[in-house]
Design a protein around this ligand. Structure first.
Ligand SMILES: Cc1ncc(COP(=O)(O)O)c(C=O)c1O
Length: 408
């Protein structure tokens, strides 16, 4: 198997010469699932993994509450989240968890929001348009770049994603966040948690969803609060009414039950079982470090291919900000650059469609608001050998569909 794969790689490198007839690879990935969410299920997953789910039972009874709490406690332990942080399950996936934090916590002081792709941009608009917070600074950067982290004002609350899923640009580390800060840091970390090293002590709020790095079912959100975030919640009521699904306090005190398996509303116990299955898998493969290494190996496979492929580049401008989960690639061949924006999008769509029709790569088109390009999920549930098998198909698709070069 391995020598044939190497042979295929060589052929795909050779197939870059425009005059040559495209060579259709002979090897297909076993699992062509490279979507950025919902992401591939863990290797070996089947519906049998859910056979022990507590279906048709009340989520308020002890056994169900224990399972809900197990998701939070296992996550906390595997991720090395400090003991004095709260981790709970809330409605509405990552969006629910993060919006709940924004609406519950912000307003006491100014806010800096970092927007370098679609999610940060949406939160910036939430803060300025919906919450109408007057003292809001939007620190922007183009797709591919990060805003100037040195110019963040930590006397403000600071809102940012850890990994910009739609541009494939991530925060490289937490060094830019001071240990002592007056404001809170609120981080939407859904496509980073389990894939990247997260400095929990630098985050007052972190959120993620089950459908990303561990390939769970999209359903509920994980909300992680530092003691300082709890202090804020208990110290000042938000200056706005909140819908029930956003309420984290009761009579001025943290609703502690949320962090002990007592969800605000009814959860899907099927999804809970699936989340537990993902967490058990983390332990089986060796813990969070091993999971991060799987993501790094996937990025390395793509890096190796990009290095020898003249028609693509990473959208992320620097190596240290390259995401190992949402790996975003730009098409840089002169013939592609010469197209207008709608022609570019149409061509990318064709490439993506051709690969899906061949059942070798599903859902690898870039996000709708990002510059036309490819986005390949490299999270832990993707096997590196599947990426290795898929990449030559990209060369083939490009050879099949590339526009003719503009006259020189
Ligand atoms: C950075 C980021 N934030 C928020 C979300 C929304 O997550 P969900 O759809 O699970 O609510 C996503 C989903 O891709 C994301 O990548």
């Amino acid at each position: 198997m391995a020598p044939r794969l190497a042979h295929d790689r060589m052929r795909s490198a050779r197939s870059l010469r425009p005059s040559e007839t495209p060579v259709k690879p002979s090897i297909r990935p076993t699992r062509p699932h490279f979507s950025s969410g919902p992401c591939a299920k863990r290797p070996g997953w089947s519906l049998d993994a859910l056979s022990g789910a507590l279906l048709g039972r009340s989520h308020r009874f002890p056994e169900a509450k224990a399972r809900l709490d197990e998701v939070a406690q296992r996550s906390k332990q595997l991720l090395g989240i400090p003991d004095d942080y709260r981790v709970g399950i809330v409605p509405g996936s990552d969006t629910g968890a993060f919006e709940m934090a924004l609406w519950s916590l912000l307003g006491e002081r100014g806010v800096d929001v970092l927007a370098w792709e679609s999610f940060g941009a949406t939160w910036a608009s939430d803060l300025t348009q919906q919450l109408a917070l007057e003292d809001t600074r939007v620190l922007e950067a183009d797709y591919g770049e990060l805003p100037d982290l040195a110019s963040v004002d930590f006397s403000h609350d600071v809102v940012f994603p850890w990994n910009g899923t739609t541009s494939g640009v991530c925060i490289p580390n937490g060094d830019w966040i001071p240990a002592e800060r007056a404001g809170l840091t609120l981080c939407g970390a859904t496509s980073a948690v389990f894939a990247m090293a997260i400095p929990w002590d630098k985050l007052d709020v972190a959120t993620w969803s089950w459908q990303k790095v561990l390939g769970g079912e999209a359903a509920h959100g994980m909300l992680c609060l530092s003691p300082r975030a709890v202090e804020r919640l208990e110290g000042s009521a938000p200056p706005r009414p909140l819908p029930k699904v956003f309420r984290l306090t009761r009579k001025g005190k943290l609703a502690e039950g949320i962090f002990r398996g007592e969800t605000i509303n009814t959860p899907s116990m099927l999804c809970v079982e699936d989340a537990l299955d993902g967490l058990r898998w983390v332990a089986e493969v060796g813990g969070a470090d091993a999971i991060r290494q799987r993501c790094q190996a996937n990025l390395a496979a793509v890096e190796e291919w990009v290095a020898r492929t003249p028609w693509v580049e990473f959208l992320a401008r620097t190596q240290e900000t390259r995401s190992c989960t949402s790996i975003c690639l730009s098409l840089v061949a002169p013939a592609f650059s010469a197209l207008d924006s709608s022609e570019k999008s149409a061509l990318v769509k064709k490439i993506v469609g051709l690969l899906a029709d061949e059942d070798v790569a599903y859902d690898i088109g870039g996000y709708r608001d990002a510059p036309p390009g490819l986005r390949i999920w490299g999270g832990a549930t993707v096997e590196t050998r599947d990426l290795d098998a898929m990449l030559p198909w990209l060369d083939w698709a490009w050879q099949e569909l590339q526009p003719t070069s503009p006259p020189t």
